[in-house]
Design a binder for this molecule. Sequence first.
Ligand code: 7SA
Ligand code: CA
Length: 528
Amino acid sequence: MKKLGLLPLLFSLFLANVATADEVTPVRNGDGKVILLQGFHWNSSRNETETWYALLAHMAGQIGIDGFTAIWMPPPWKDTSSWVDSNSGTSGGGEGYFWRSFDKNSQYGTDEQLKTAATALNRAGVKVVYDVVPNHMDDTKGDVPLFPRGHGEWRHECDKCDDGDPFIDGNSDLNIKYASVFETFKKELINLRNNYGAMGLRFDFVRGYAPQNVDRWMNAFGNFQFCVGELWKGPSEYPADDWRSKASWQDALKDWSDRSRCTVFDFALKERMQNGSIAEWRHGLNANPDPAWRAAAVTFVDNHDTGYSPGRYGGQHHWPLPEELRNQAYAYILSSPGTPAVYWPDMYDWQRGELIRQLIKIRKDAGIKADSPIRFHTQYSGLVATTTGDRQSLVIALSSDLTKLPPGLTDPALIWDGGKIRLWSTAPEQPAVSVHFTCDYATTYPGQSVYAAGSTLELGAWDPGHAAPLTYNAQSKQWSGSIDVPAKQDIQWKCIVRNNDSSAAVRWQPGPNVSFTSGTASETRGTF
Ligand code: 7SA
Ligand code: CA
């Protein structure tokens, strides 16, 4: 038999590295219990008292005690740019997003200081996640040995030399499809893992290159690691013939996550926080009915682009969440699914740290995970939701008229902003089941409807003004509706007739309460 030599070994190595068609790499969201701190703001590279890396090194212990399990570091590559943006009247440079080389001695500190900070953070249980910027680099100071010109390494060398959007006018865009360009970044990402303690990566400007590149880089970096992409691109920014121009923010985000197998900043939630009412915050990627969508979301209130930053010009503040909503937004992202990310100044500069510290503890005690189930109690004003973790259920009420509480929701684990924020920790609910409620022989007058009023939050905790609305079926002359309730709950309820615009029941179903145990019964009926 001819000696096959190395062939079988090489072949098995190849197979090990390639996920077979049916086995798809799960989304790389760490253990699903990551609590991410954005470990810098727009002016951190201009910090005066000490270098930012030195500051992070001596803050590492505190960051761990505060409950963070990962930290998003600024881009570690040397950025010698200095620019004035005439139309926005801002200036900057040195923040890492227009980097010149992989040299780690940057305006954030020295190579040694970076290693010291990374070691201290990882040791404090705060995994280091580096921001990487493969889409473009500062090519305004002459050729760079890393990426020679003239073979297709750069976007402007051919019309197909970039499989993504340009950064600004694209003069500085690289062509990641070009093998040597991809390999150069792959080697550097492995260097960050091996020598700078990288346990995860944040990919900048992912609109600028194909998501498959990110998946391939992560296969080399380590599939078990955490990765998140910044896809900040609204439906109106896609060409009219691109399906995403007519899809939701969530659809485009999940599509990118499916191709990269990385999590993605939840700009769908950010857009609702910016433009919607608090009740509409339930439309974030992190609250999608499909757990695979919730698992892909990294929720945030603001970052170094969208928010203000301490220091010069107050940072960039492209899309800042108004001050009066910030506490509620942190209460929401820290008590709901997805991977929450906290912006540095909110934690350590603007005295919101105590609230965030308590919220993180409540989240961790409940064992909330990125894909935990969430249900919204939309009959209340504001936002009322129940998220169930491994150990407890959390009920959050934001700017809500929830006053009558069901048994089990006794004193809140946290009250803030004069009750605008209330959070309860309770025994973990069973997974929800859908139960069909029917009310017979109800007579109503125009402007009146029939509701199911009962013992649980879904049924308004016996408060007729927040009972669950049913719908009338002209054929069967019945009022009915399907309501999701936790399984294995002994539920009591009654039909009521009520004016739609008031909270007082006009008429209660006579006789004893209807009672059933959810999960065994999927139908329940009341009769006037
Ligand atoms: O407007 C906010 C939102 O309002 C809402 O109502 C809208 C939203 O859609 C709407 O519903 O959001 C829009 O605006 C966002 C902010 O511009 C857009 C978003 O897509 C759009 O929908 O977000 C884009 O811009 C962000 C800054 C990016 C996003 O990925 C991107 O989608 N964030 C990341 C990317 C970069 C770049 O790496 C970083 O940018 C961010 O920190 C990072 O988080 O070749 C040499 C050269 C020439 O090519 C240029 O012509 C020349 O001008 C150099 C010069 N370029 C300079 C820039 O002009 C200057 O601004 C460059 C060298 O430096 C600066 O660029 C900075 C950038 O300003 C800064 O944000 C860059 C490099 O230092 O670093 C940062
Ligand atoms: Ca590009």
